[in-house]
Design a protein around this ligand. Structure first.
Ligand code: FE2
Ligand code: FE2
Length: 380
């Protein structure tokens, strides 16, 4: 999958960034300088920058960006590093009450968070990345088999999620940070939605589409449709006939998608993922959990004070409703309770079904929030 190629590149350049920074500062300060931004040995700011450079490289290679001169890459690298450096420094300081870099002693600095000379260096680095390093990495990745890239990406993401989750959970005011991050995320998504709708035909839209979409080749799409007609409809039939499940269609969940449509989307994608990746999860259990995982009967946007903790509370509400109306067994209860992990930090998905639902739920929520579900066969 294309996304996994980006994930590998992100971790590779984060690690290289960590090595470069640690060596540089160790030489300057004559003592070991640990420059990691998380408990794992990576320096994510380099990964983020390299990811942008990778996107630019792909756009140039695919012909979507033409006539790009070397000085344009340099200027773009300069501007992005200035903004990215400033914002990352601010966010890291707010979250962890520490500064990972301080350019106060460097001329032409902005509050010590970013500076012109270092951004010039990053402009040169951007040039080096797009012209030399990324083509090299791209060639290297193309020699690897797809399953190997996929497995490596999953392992890397899992290590970082587990490591970061455990570390952050040690902070006493973890919940405060979650609210802070959530507010930031909501604002960010609102901006993205505006951009996507404003520039539907632009390169930007195409890039988003290319990265985020779980897309099947045309031939397989036909197969998938046929499957949906038979087996999937069979498995979901009982739920759609239930009065309590029908009520979920009254409430908006993400974007313009109702809670029932969201559950159907999660069921559909989980069903496909299970089949396509041959995960061998029990289909009946999987569809049951997917259809009931958000069985709460209210609009969580209605502004009621108790909705502030909706993200933490609703798995339990859905689970109780699912027990009451469908008498679901223990294993399915656990899967519903853990679908919001890592937000609900202690409710770790422990079964195959739980893991699939936890991942697919996030994918569908994102697609629905940025309103790409209509284009790619999800309910809307
Ligand atoms: Fe949920
Ligand atoms: Fe959900």
């Amino acid at each position: 999958m294309l996304l996994n190629r980006y994930i590998i590149a992100f971790f590779l350049f984060s690690f290289l960034g960590f090595v470069w920074e640690s060596v540089y500062f160790t030489i300057c300060k004559h003592k070991w300088a640990n420059r990691r931004s998380l408990p794992v040995l990576i320096c994510m700011i380099y990964g983020c920058g390299a990811l942008l450079a990778f996107l630019a490289y792909d756009l140039i290679e695919s012909g979507l960006l033409q006539n790009v001169k070397w000085w344009m890459i340099f200027i773009l690298g300069f501007i992005i590093s200035l903004f990215l450096g400033y914002i990352a420094s601010l966010v890291l300081e707010k979250l962890f009450k520490a500064r990972w870099w301080d350019y106060s002693n460097v001329p032409l600095n902005i509050n010590g968070r970013a500076s012109v000379p270092t951004s010039v260096a990053f402009g040169v680095l951007a040039l080096l990345l797009v012209k030399a390093l990324i083509p090299l990495v791209d060639r290297g990745l193309s020699t690897l088999s797809e399953p190997l890239i996929d497995i490596s990406a999953y392992i890397l993401v899992s290590i970082v999620i587990i490591d970061t989750t455990l570390s952050i959970s040690l902070l006493t005011d973890f919940q405060k940070y979650v609210v802070f991050i959530d507010e930031g995320f909501q604002n960010y998504v609102a901006v993205i939605v505006k951009l996507v709708y404003g520039k539907q035909d632009s390169c930007y839209y195409k890039v988003i589409q290319r990265i985020m979409v779980f897309k099947f080749p045309r031939r397989k799409n036909r197969l998938v449709k046929q499957l949906r007609e038979k087996r999937f409809v069979e498995l979901t039939k009982d739920y759609f006939e239930s009065d309590v499940v029908k009520q979920m269609d009254k409430y908006i969940h993400h974007g313009t998608t109702t809670t029932l449509q969201h559950c159907e989307n999660v069921a559909w994608i989980s069903y496909l993922v299970n089949k396509k990746l041959k995960l061998n999860a029990n289909e009946k259990e999987l569809i049951g959990v997917a259809m009931l995982h958000d069985l709460f009967l209210y609009d969580w946007h209605d502004g009621e004070p108790c909705r502030k903790t909706h993200g933490f509370d609703h798995p339990e509400i859905a689970c109780n409703n699912a027990i009451k109306h469908f008498g679901i067994p223990e294993k399915q209860q656990q899967a519903i309770l853990s679908h919001m992990w890592p937000l609900n930090i202690t409710k770790i998905p422990k079964s195959r079904v739980a893991l699939i639902i936890c991942m697919v739920d996030k994918y569908c929520a994102l697609m629905e929030t940025i309103r790409l579900n209509k284009r790619f066969g999800l309910r809307y």
